[in-house]
Design a protein around this ligand. Structure first.
Ligand code: ADP
Ligand code: MG
Length: 854
């Protein structure tokens, strides 16, 4: 390092060297400064001024800074754009004029704790996938809630399995070994970490050390080397970035993917479970419809429930029973939900307090939440909900509540930088200092009157400014009357300012008392947090129960409001839905009423092929079936007259190119990759939804692929899964006469005097017409175009022998066959020598010649 550098520059470079991948926020007085390339990035991303600073003789470097109190907002923005921020604070007293500084935490998307940077209703997961040959593990942690879990399983297709699991989680950040290629796409900001961090021994040590345990046996992790690595890497990463967060991670849970229905990314997207395809909004998704939860922890849990429907009948029935209890007791439900409004985010509060990140307002929020718990318990008193028992314990958290009432004022300041954090009478020591400060302040307040009468100077005034502190001001005409003990400090145009030693002494008392108060208060506050943190498990358990009850009562509320029924969920592979409705579409129809449809698979029926015109309701029917099964397995009631659902192990959906065009995923290749995945992974227990598969290619290819798929599903002994197949290829209707498990259905259409009405009703039989021209008309195509299209259609139909266009005689070919003379003329044109006007007149003549032929 250059010897000419200023000491502070040298300090900066030493620290920065350890955090090459993060933007270093370097505390300088009231600012966090960034330097060099970091400053350029910060200035660009945050739109702040780029200045420069002298660091050695004749050497200036770029610098950009933000006021320390606004750091949260700025850091939030950087994190959102995928940057990491290392926060370097001043610690202790200056040594030889240089403030010691240390990085106190590194903020990354997965390690954020600031409430302002988090979504209240989403978990903020940091995840780590590990691939060891066929064995895969995924570990994840949410340091705002303390949840830490890991799973390990075998697979042939690591890329697929990793993406599937991470899509379910939706992590904010994913840790990957440098150079890893097994997670090319999917949610979460990627952080590449050195490969040595993933070494088995190091990871095992990290786990054993953290949990102060001698063996991994007790965690269910013995011989699970992939899982140990994944979890160990997360602990190491937290050690580096947020050591305080380790404090709140008290346990690790393993989970098995076989506990939950697997939803691959395409299905999750296609069914619009948590966000819509088009806009990515929660509104318009299944979650948007079901999420009537009141508390943030309830909101987070419901999202988890929707993304991991249950496979265990017992658990499903238990949730159903709880929903039923709330469903039946409308009044209690309302009272309960009302009472939840009095609760803050208990889970995150408990963890912020436990990990030393809390501010005084957090404790007040905890106090208010705890004092509302009895009301919550009371509201469910009459209900038979076993879980509620825990809330009814009369002295639940009562000791904490007492403590908080005694220690905190009603409305404490937001941060520790202000005084008034602790209530009087809580600490004698504090009260003494506060009393001393009050006395001193009173003495100063009385000084003006006292001095006026002592000196007889009417214009005497006591004032305060930042430079001199307190002073006594006397106007020019009276200066001769000032007493001996006044010391002149400043001369003004029309007067003089003085101080007295006594006054300065009181001033010092006031100022030092404030310093002392802050010091004592923050000590008492930390102590309070430690005592509450010790009861963290109780608080978390309470939060967990409330979250669950919040979810089931929300599901009951939806069911009550929108006329849902309790589905019968059974082991057998049945599907019998009477008058089912699409939970989202039925809510967003304007004017029209939603037409309910049955979906009763008969004995022996495996595949239902649904034909019908565009816009008639095929896609809606398909998705409705999938959503109802899914809802049944999260324990929810369903929009139907009645429903019997056999457990589904996975829902697979393949939604045609056109329907997904907005997601920018319209290539035929994507479609085929996903279809292949379904055919490889589905089981007899799965539910398969195919919507217009093959649309992304030519008609021949499309029909052939669809045809072969249906045969495959129908005949493969592993598959024979419940399948719904919507298509506009009428050719597929023929399959029903060849394969016993295939049935045809279509969407009924009413025709009246040339206009067509879609009835949205699914009825047995194949459709015979496609009504595409009708849809074009609805879409507002110019009238002459519609008329002309009708003519052409009539011609084609009669040309093809009346009725359907058979395979082998596709419409396009016919059109071109008819148009051969036109093609010849077209080919004969020399475009390079034509003027636009000539071209136009040529078109005009063609229109006359060919345009009105029939
Ligand atoms: P398709 O897949 O056949 O092209 P969609 O399922 O996309 O048709 O439905 C088109 C529109 O028709 C939907 O957006 C909705 O407005 C309406 N629709 C569909 N099903 C129903 C129904 N059962 N009742 C009322 N309206 C429906
Ligand atoms: Mg459709």
């Amino acid at each position: 390092m250059d010897d000419d550098l200023t000491p502070i520059r040298r300090q900066y470079l030493e620290i920065k060297e350890k955090y090459p991948h993060a933007l270093l926020f370097f505390r300088l007085g009231d600012f966090y400064e960034t330097f060099d390339a970091d400053a350029e990035t910060a200035s660009r991303e945050l739109d702040i001024v780029l200045t420069s600073r002298n660091v050695a003789k004749g050497s200036r470097i770029p610098m950009a800074g933000i006021p320390y109190h606004a750091a949260e907002t700025y850091i939030g923005r950087l994190i959102q754009r995928g940057y990491h921020v290392a926060v370097c604070d001043q610690v202790g007293e200056p040594i030889n004029g240089l403030m010691p500084r240390r990085v106190t935490r590194v903020i990354t998307p997965g390690t954020v704790v600031e409430p302002g940077m988090l979504s209240p209703t989403r978990n903020n997961y940091l995840a780590c996938p590990v691939v060891q040959g066929r064995r895969i593990a995924v570990a994840f942690v949410d340091i705002t809630t303390g949840e830490f879990r890991v799973t390990e399983f075998e697979t042939d297709d690591a890329v697929h399995a990793v993406r599937e699991e991470l899509t379910r989680l939706g992590p904010a950040e994913v840790l990957l070994p440098e150079g890893a290629d097994f997670y090319p796409e999917g949610p979460g900001a990627r952080t590449a970490w050195p490969v040595w961090r993933f070494e088995a021994g190091r990871c095992e040590q990290a786990l054993l050390h953290h949990f102060e345990s001698a063996s991994l046996e007790g965690f269910g992790l013995a011989k699970r080397s992939a899982a140990v690595c994944a979890a160990g890497v997360l602990l190491q990463y937290l050690q580096e970035t947020q050591p305080a967060a380790l404090e709140i991670i008290r346990e690790i849970g393993t989970y098995s993917r076989s506990e939950f229905m697997i939803l691959d990314p395409a299905t999750r997207r296609g069914l619009e479970l948590t966000e819509t395809l088009r806009t990515g909004d929660e509104k318009g998704s299944l979650l948007g419809v079901l999420d009537l939860t009141v508390t943030p922890m309830g909101g987070r849990l419901l999202r988890q429930w929707i993304l991991q429907p249950l496979l265990d009948l017992g658990k499903i029935h238990m949730r159903q029973a709880e929903v039923q209890a709330f469903f039946d007791a409308g009044l209690s439900r309302t009272a309960f939900r009302q009472s939840l409004h009095g609760l803050d985010d208990l889970e995150r509060l408990a963890n912020r307090i436990g990990s030393g990140n809390a501010v005084p307002r957090d404790l007040a929020a905890l106090r208010d939440s705890i004092s509302n718990l009895p009301k919550v318990a009371e509201a469910i008193d009459g209900l038979t909900i076993e879980k509620g028992q825990a809330l009814r314990a009369p002295d639940l958290c009562a000791d904490l509540l007492d403590l908080l009432h005694q220690a905190l004022p009603d409305d404490p300041p937001a941060t520790l930088s202000q005084t008034g954090v602790i209530r009087p009478l809580y600490s004698e020591e504090l009260d003494r200092v506060v009393e001393g400060a009050r006395e001193a302040r009173e003495w100063i307040a009385g000084l003006e009157t006292k001095e006026k009468s002592r000196t007889g100077i009417k214009t005497l005034r006591v004032g305060y400014n930042k430079i001199f502190g307190y002073y006594i001001e006397v106007s020019r005409g009276q200066v001769q009357s000032v007493p001996e003990n006044y010391i002149r400090k400043q001369t003004l145009v029309n007067g003089e300012r003085y101080i007295t030693p006594e006054m300065k002494e009181y001033e010092t008392r006031v100022l030092s008392a404030e310093e002392q108060i802050r010091e004592i208060e923050s000590r008492l506050f930390r102590d309070l947090c430690t005592r509450i943190g010790a009861r963290r498990n109780l608080l978390l358990e309470t939060a967990r129960i409330i979250a669950e009850l919040d979810c089931v009562s929300a599901l009951a509320e939806v069911a009550g409001k929108h006329d849902y029924v309790r589905p019968e969920v059974v082991e057998e592979e049945v599907l019998d839905i009477r008058e089912g409705r699409h939970p989202v579409v039925e809510r967003f129809l304007s004017g029209e009423r939603f037409v309910p449809n049955d979906l009763t698979l008969e004995e022996g029926e495996i595949i239902r092929v649904i034909t019908g015109p565009n816009m008639s309701g095929k896609s809606t029917y398909l998705r409705q079936a999938a959503l109802l099964c899914l809802m049944a397995q999260i324990g929810s009631f369903v929009p139907a007259h009645s429903a019997k659902v056999g457990l589904v192990d996975r829902i697979f959906t393949r939604i045609g190119a056109q329907d997904e065009i907005h997601a920018g995923q319209s290539t035929f290749m994507v479609e085929m990759v996903e279809t292949a995945n379904i055919l490889h992974h589905a089981t007899g227990r799965s539910l398969l939804i195919f919507d217009e598969v093959g649309r992304g290619t030519s008609t021949y290819d499309g029909v052939s692929i669809a045809w072969a798929m249906i045969e495959f599903i129908h005949n493969h002994p592993r598959l024979r899964a419940r399948t719904l197949f919507a298509t506009h290829y009428h050719e597929l209707i023929r399959l029903a006469s060849m394969l016993p498990g295939v049935r045809n259905y279509n969407v009924s259409v009413a025709e009246e005097r040339g206009t067509v009405v879609f009835l949205h009703r699914i009825v047995p039989g194949g459709a015979d017409r496609s009504y595409g021209i009708h849809v074009a008309q609805m879409a507002g195509m110019p009238r002459p175009t519609i008329a002309r299209a009708k003519e052409i259609l009539g011609e084609l139909e009669s040309g093809a022998g009346g009725g359907k266009i058979e395979m082998g005689q596709p419409a396009q070919l016919q059109l071109f066959a008819d148009a051969t003379p036109l093609m010849d003329e077209l080919n004969a044109l020399d475009l390079s020598s034509m003027t636009p006007l000539e071209a136009l007149s040529k078109l005009f003549s063609w229109q006359k010649k060919y345009g009105s032929r029939s």
